[in-house]
Every structure is written in C-alpha cells, then in structure tokens.
Design a protein around this ligand. Structure first.
Ligand SMILES: [Zn+2]
Ligand SMILES: [Zn+2]
Ligand SMILES: [Zn+2]
Ligand SMILES: [Zn+2]
Ligand SMILES: [Zn+2]
Ligand SMILES: [Zn+2]
Length: 349
C-alpha cells in the first residue's frame, strides 16, 4: 500500500440536524448516549434531567422518547463528530459563556447504571441457598441492606467500578470520592472504605489501597511506563537513586512537594484535570503510575549530569528526546543515547 492510500479518509455527508440535542436544540456538547434507546444529548443537559428525575424519585425517562433509561455514558465516537461539525460550520458554535455554564451542569464522567431492572425483594422465609442467590441478584452491598446509614432504593443510580467491576450507589452527599481525577473513571475503594465495607462474598469490592490519596500511597518499584517504557532509562534512574543513598519513595515524596508548591510544569502530565492535582487527590493505580512516571521525568531532567552513573554520563542526547520511536525497537540506540530530554527535532516516522 502506498503512503497516500493509507492516509485516505472516509468522507461522509452529515446533516448537522441529526447531531442536535433534543433538550437544548443545539449541536451536542460533550455528547452522552442513553441506553437502550440510544438517543444522544449534551452531558450538561442530560445531567440536569437526571438530577430532576432523582429529586422526584422517579425512573429516568429518555427526554426524547420516554423510554426508561438504564444506562448513560459519554460517547467518544460521536464526540469527534460533534467537534468536526463545529469546525466545519462555526455558526453552530455556542458562546464560551454558554458552554462554560453547560459544563457546570455536566456530571456524567464514567458510565452510569441508572436502572438495574431489579427491585430489592422483600425478606421472606427461605432456605440458605435461596438467600445466597437472592443477594447475588442485587447489584451492590447497599442494595437491600442498610450500611453506614444508607440503603439504595430502586431508583438509585449506580456507578460501575473500573477496578473490580462491582457496583456502588452514585452519591453526592458523601466525602469519599467515587471517581479518579486522573481518568474520570469510577473506583470503589475509597467509597466502600468510608462505608466500612471491606469485603463481601457476594459483591466485588476493591481494597482501599487501590484508590487512595497521592500522599497515602507508597511506591517501591519504578512503573513499567516510566521514561516511555525505556528500561535502560529506568535502570539508570534506579541506580541514580541508589547512588544518592535514597529510596524511590523519598524521591517521589520530594517531587510531590514540588508538585504541591506548583514548581513543576504540568504540560507532560498524562492525566485529566492535571492543574487540579495535589497530594490530597485520590488516584487509581494506573493514574498513580502515570504520575510517578511524570515525576521521575522531572527528577532525571533536573539532575546534574555528574550525578548519573558513570556509564550514563557520556551519552549524547537523542535529537528526538522522549518522543524518539527508535528507542522502542533498537536496543543499541536506546542504550547509547539519552532519551530523558526534550526533543530538539520533530518526531520522525
Ligand atoms: Zn443539549
Ligand atoms: Zn430515547
Ligand atoms: Zn445499590
Ligand atoms: Zn485514574
Ligand atoms: Zn471496585
Ligand atoms: Zn532516539
């Protein structure tokens, strides 16, 4: 295949009328899809609809077709289409103020399970086998059982934990975070810890170590994703820390302090809401690894050359720096050039 044919893009005709939210009648903004009817709305518009349905303690009905909504989530494919439409016809764009206001309503971060289609059953005399299968039927530990002063009702919206696949009620009146700020996915570790639910043989529950504040976490190994997965650089970083007589945890703690004091440029931090992250932020395991990798980049880049192990001090910087692709398939190149540096040329092929 020639390079040209690889770049060929499928062109489709699209009527912007078909990309409009039936609540606000504008082209979608941060589009979400309701299931099973698959109608689409702005995140902000649908979130407000959701909030009102919750106040009324009623089922959430689709604003367009009135079907019971069982599930709602952001639609990344349609999000790209929404952006393409607005780029093609800027007259369809809303003002920045309107968009900002809409964003303040938007509460759908990770997929929401609105209606499990099952109602908690009334307690009745039954054999132990029955009891067990009944409990398994219910989506979360707080469905059908009051725990820490809360019990789900049939209209409670549930979040599915990205870590264990278990369900937890979506709560606004609790201090325990239910979403990771780095990826916006739902995680149950902090929530169940706050509810004092540690384990349950009928429901998956994450341990609280999997979703903790940055300052409460401990790190003992360099993440595999550090230094763009380049194990030579990881090895140099590890020896560097050892030579200084310190531990990885010491180094990370120092850099978290600098992060808190806003002393580090965050543009290479591969996390959502990077500007909001502090040592008190809860992060999931993956996002914590990304944060540590980001901090190790800064640790290395700000390190005077003579602190590096002897075999690493003589290496010239690769022109393509951390963005170099050759480091991933050429062992020798990865070893001979320093890749913990900024690119001085555009990335190659
Ligand atoms: Zn809308
Ligand atoms: Zn619908
Ligand atoms: Zn529940
Ligand atoms: Zn995360
Ligand atoms: Zn979980
Ligand atoms: Zn290179």
């Amino acid at each position: 295949m020639t390079e040209e044919s690889c770049k060929k893009q499928l062109k489709i005709c699209l009527d912007a009328e078909h990309a409009k939210c039936s609540i606000c009648l504008n082209v979608w903004h941060d589009v979400v899809t309701a299931a099973p009817c698959l109608h689409n709305f702005c995140n902000g518009c649908f979130s407000e609809w959701l909030r009102r349905s919750q106040v009324k303690h009623s089922n959430v009905l689709c604003p367009q077709c009135r079907a019971v909504v069982q599930f709602v989530g952001r639609n990344h494919f349609l999000h790209n289409i929404e952006e393409d439409i607005l780029q093609t016809d800027s007259s369809l764009k809303r003002s920045d103020e309107e968009v900002a206001l809409l964003d303040t309503y938007a509460t759908i971060k990770s997929p929401l399970v609105l209606n499990t289609g099952r109602k908690p059953r009334r307690k009745r005399a039954r054999s132990p086998q029955d009891e067990e299968s009944d409990v398994v039927d219910l989506p979360c530990p707080q469905c059908g059982t009051e725990l820490a002063g809360f019990q789900c009702n049939p209209n409670t919206i549930h979040l599915q934990c990205q870590g264990c696949g278990g369900m937890m009620p979506s709560r606004t009146n609790t201090s325990a975070p239910q979403h990771c700020l780095g990826c916006d996915w739902a995680f149950c570790g902090a929530y169940w810890h706050a509810q004092r639910v540690t384990e349950s043989n009928s429901h998956p529950v994450c341990s609280h170590e999997t979703f903790e504040t940055i300052s409460d976490r401990t790190i003992t190994r360099i993440p595999l994703s550090a230094h763009e997965n380049n194990r030579h650089e990881q090895d140099i970083t590890a020896r560097c820390i050892g030579q200084m007589g310190r531990t990885l945890q010491d180094v990370i703690s120092d850099w978290i302090t600098k992060l808190n004091n806003r002393e580090i440029d965050r543009s290479r931090m591969l996390l959502n809401h990077a500007a909001m992250i502090t040592s008190g932020t809860h992060l999931c395991n993956d996002c914590y690894d990304k944060l540590v990798s980001f901090l190790l980049y800064w640790f290395r880049i700000s390190m005077p050359n003579h602190y590096l192990p002897p075999d690493a001090t003589q290496r010239a910087d690769c022109w393509y720096g951390y963005a170099c692709r050759t480091q991933h398939h050429c062992e020798e190149h990865a070893r001979k050039r320093n890749h913990v540096c900024r690119p001085t040329r555009g990335s190659h092929m």
